[in-house]
Design a protein around this ligand. Structure first.
Ligand SMILES: Nc1nc2c(c(=O)[nH]1)N[C@H]1C(S)=C(S)[C@@H](COP(=O)(O)OP(=O)(O)OC[C@H]3O[C@@H](n4cnc5c(=O)[nH]c(N)nc54)[C@H](O)[C@@H]3O)O[C@H]1N2
Ligand SMILES: Nc1nc2c(c(=O)[nH]1)N[C@H]1C(S)=C(S)[C@@H](COP(=O)(O)OP(=O)(O)OC[C@H]3O[C@@H](n4cnc5c(=O)[nH]c(N)nc54)[C@H](O)[C@@H]3O)O[C@H]1N2
Ligand SMILES: [Mo]
Length: 735
């Protein structure tokens, strides 16, 4: 079915597309560069989409980059294998460089892509946007960004001025926002700890993968270890972070809430916890303490697999703080008790009062208002108040599906996209970086996309699995080719000096803004110019602007920010109303969350067991641990240099489990689950995983696609996240 649109909206779209400013940004440094002139540029790596990401300095001749290096003035400047290989991605001959339109009906094996001009693409897209809004309302046009975080501020703005609240991202599908929910429930704000400081005596590494972190993090841990800081790692696998630990607590996947209940029981029984702090600054302690009562070390061992002795020793060592922690993590929140497991581990610093004191968990305050690109960069740009206003919230499609998420977040949870499309609630799909393989049972999402009236996505590459049934695919400029957004690290800001995009690729921000100029007022969209938008955000801070920051390169500029201070909760700096305390519903750090209770969830982070392991499916699959050379579905053919290291799905299997099945290193195996398979993988026999589980990366396609083993039905009811780390599987040697 195609959308019908009025003649008026068509005319309007056409006229405005023609009137768009075509000239490159007035701030472009490279415009006058003679073909062979050498110059130095600066950008930010987006290969793993960890934010804030790492700075890259590059040397170019004319518009061609021939060398990249660490940008040493940038606070994150140690490039990893993925960063070093990004030039291969930039100059990959398979890059998408022109807008393309399908000519065959949806569902055809060959979509019949043909090259079109940007004007034609905009005309089609915007006329469908206007017509769909006219007929079905703005919310039937969905906006979506996959893992790419950097395009998001511009898409926030587009959705907002177009008037649609149907805006979701990879962060609302899955990823770290589940843990952020836990942080917001406990602390009143997102806070994933941080690196150890010279005052830190004990450091907790919570379900965090060294290979997933910027290199600087690992260097900070090693330096702390040299200073004598003790390390406790809580990870279900024996990782590099476990090897460096003084105590490695290795709970079975999804049992962290039980482990923490056991540890906090020890801290209470041995009177090691910070009673004064708990009484003054926390809420619900008695309720939680009563819950912990039955978690004796022996019961904790039974539930988690962590030896009773280590439960006690771990608690005692943690009491020798001050201490802080790191929790990057997506793993912890991707099971059916995910948010509560994360809330539980976050109680460890709270019960000890290691909060905003030297060596403890810092509550840093950067430049006021600045949030990560993933969350819109700045309220003046993304307009969070609009998304959070009751009129908008009331319309959101996820309202009854994930009520607590809906209450807390301004992005809709899009895991029921197929159902929304089937019910006619979503008619058009506007995407940046769309990958169906983010989800369990990706084919269900791919089929749903084919049923839409109209869909487009902007990407670096054409990905058949995800893009085959789109109407239009747009070429996105890469990190070396774009100005927006600037990177920031606390109050420090790194602006870019890029090359011009290859072919007809355009910056994501430019695409969103140019569409915005057509469907709405150009003045809302900085006349399409990403640099003007960045300049607008920087000018929210006294004395700051893009031109000055660009002229200062390679130096990193600094925005005005409040002076660092300890115990900011005592002086009213952690609440918007300026009162002492924390920005939670109780005004204190919450052992029990009244906000969660209000929506019918357990107020305290209780332990709930996962899907049972069965005789037939006797191993738990950790479906997505990070490896140094792989990011999600990307980096395979995009950066082929990385595939020299590993070119197929590889699972880790414990030597005892391998022996039982007659599996040897390098053998091909078949994995099955109650929901799908067989999936083919190569076996690596390794003690990195204990008995009873295997691990795998996801993002391999075809017969190696582990998402086909999973179920869409099973979710964490608090976040709506699918359970990537819960499904029981069987493994056998391939015949
Ligand atoms: N089983 C399992 N599933 C998981 C996870 C897991 O651990 N296990 N992890 C979850 C997590 S944490 C995440 S973050 C997601 C991954 O989220 P996905 O959205 O699946 O991430 P990617 O495959 O990295 O990227 C999606 C697409 O964006 C394109 N792209 C990259 N950068 C840009 C850009 O700047 N602009 C544009 N326009 N396009 C770009 C890429 O080429 C790619 O086609 O998967 C989630 N799903
Ligand atoms: N190289 C690389 N780096 C990346 C990415 C990538 O794809 N490749 N992706 C980026 C993205 S989008 C994200 S979200 C982050 C993810 O970063 P992380 O979450 O740090 O990485 P993971 O490997 O998913 O999981 C971390 C650890 O959690 C452990 N774990 C799993 N389940 C449990 C559990 O129930 N309890 C406990 N205690 N431990 C558990 C795993 O054994 C693993 O070692 O990485 C980012 N960085
Ligand atoms: Mo993620």
């Amino acid at each position: 079915m195609t959308a019908k649109f009025s003649r008026r909206s068509l005319l309007r779209a056409g006229a405005l597309a023609a009137a768009l400013p075509a000239a490159p940004s007035i701030f472009a440094k490279t415009d006058g560069a003679a073909a062979e002139e050498s110059w130095t540029g600066f950008t930010i790596c987006d290969s793993c989409n960890h934010v804030p990401s790492c700075g890259i300095r590059f040397e170019a001749k004319g518009n061609v980059i021939h060398r990249i290096d660490n940008w040493k003035e940038n606070p994150n400047h140690w490039l990893c294998s993925k960063g070093w290989s990004t030039l291969q991605r930039l100059y990959n001959p398979n890059r998408l460089l022109y807008p393309m339109k399908r000519t065959n009906p949806k569902g055809s094996a060959d979509p019949g892509w043909v090259r079109i001009t940007w004007d034609e693409a905009y005309k089609e897209i915007t006329s469908h946007m206007l017509a769909t809004r006219e007929k079905y309302g703005a919310d039937s046009v969905m906006f979506y960004a996959g893992d790419p975080k950097e395009p998001r501020p511009a898409i926030y703005r587009l959705a907002r001025y177009f008037g649609s609240v149907t805006w979701g991202t990879e962060s609302s599908v899955g990823c770290r926002s589940g843990c952020m929910m836990a942080e917001e429930l406990n602390f009143g704000m997102p806070n994933n700890g941080g690196s150890p400081t010279p005052d830190t005596k004990v450091y907790l590494i919570l379900a965090t993968n060294v290979w997933a972190q910027p290199m600087g993090w690992w260097q900070a841990i090693q330096a702390a270890k040299k200073r004598g800081c003790k390390i406790i790692t809580i990870d279900s696998r024996r990782t590099k972070a476990a090897e460096i630990a003084d105590i490695h607590l290795q709970p079975r996947i999804g049992t962290d809430a039980a482990l923490v209940a056991g540890m906090i029981r020890v801290l209470i029984k041995e009177n090691l916890y910070n009673k004064e702090f708990v009484e003054k600054w926390t809420h619900g302690f008695e309720e939680y303490a009563a819950y912990c009562e039955s978690f004796t070390p022996e019961k904790t061992e039974e539930l988690t697999g962590v030896p009773a002795k280590l439960v006690v020793e771990g608690a005692r060592l943690w009491a020798q703080g001050p201490g802080t922690f790191t929790l990057t993590t997506q793993s912890l929140s991707h099971n059916s008790n995910g948010v509560n497991n994360a809330r539980a581990v976050l109680l460890l610093p709270i019960v000890m009062g290691y909060i905003d004191i030297p060596g403890g968990v810092q509550f840093p305050q950067g430049a006021k208002g600045l949030t990560m690109a993933a969350y819109g960069l700045h309220p003046a740009l993304a307009d969070h108040p609009w998304f959070n206003a009751p009129e908008q919230k009331a319309r959101r499609l996820d309202k009854n599906e994930v009520p607590l998420w809906h209450d807390m977040k301004d992005q809709a949870s899009p895991n029921n996209l197929p159902e929304w499309i089937e019910a006619g609630k979503v008619r058009m799909f506007c995407a940046w970086g769309f990958n169906v393989n983010i989800w369990p049972q990706p084919a269900v999402y791919a089929k749903a996309i084919a049923k839409l009236d109209f869909a487009f996505s902007a990407d670096y590459f054409y990905r058949p699995d995800s893009h085959r049934d789109l109407d239009i695919i747009l070429p996105a400029a890469m990190n070396y080719e774009r100005y927006a957004p600037f990177g920031f690290y606390g109050p420090r800001v790194a602006v870019r000096r890029p090359v011009k995009p290859l072919g007809e690729a355009k910056e994501d921000w430019r695409i969103a803004f140019e569409i915005g100029c057509i469907v709405d007022k150009p003045e809302h969209f900085f006349e399409g110019d990403p640099v003007k938008a960045c300049d607008f955000v920087l000018r929210q801070y006294e004395g700051c602007n893009w031109n000055d920051f660009a002229a200062a390169l390679p130096k990193i500029s600094v925005l005005p920010a409040p002076k660092p201070a300890s115990k900011k909760y005592e002086i009213g700096r952690l609440r918007p109303d300026g009162k002492p305390g924390f920005n939670t519903q109780s005004g204190k750090l919450d052992f029990a969350s009244e906000r969660a209770r209000k929506f019918g969830y357990p107020a305290i982070p209780e332990f709930r067991p996962m899907l049972p392991i069965t005789k037939e499916f006797d191993l738990r699959l950790l479906n997505g641990s990070r490896k140094p050379y792989i990011t999600h579905s990307k980096t395979r053919t995009d950066q082929p240099y990385l595939m020299e290291i590993e070119d197929a799905l590889t699972i880790n299997i414990n030597p005892k489990e391998a022996q039982k099945r007659g599996i040897r290193e390098g053998d091909w195996v078949e994995i099955r689950s109650p929901y799908g398979g067989p999936v083919e993988a190569r076996a690596c026999v390794s003690i990195i995983v204990p008995e009873g589980m295997i691990d795998a990366q996801y993002g391999w396609l075809g017969k190696q696609n582990t998402q086909t083993l999973m179920t869409r039905e099973h979710r964490d009811p608090m976040s709506g996240y699918c359970c990537y780390f819960e499904v029981p599987v069987s493994v056998k040697k391939k015949a």
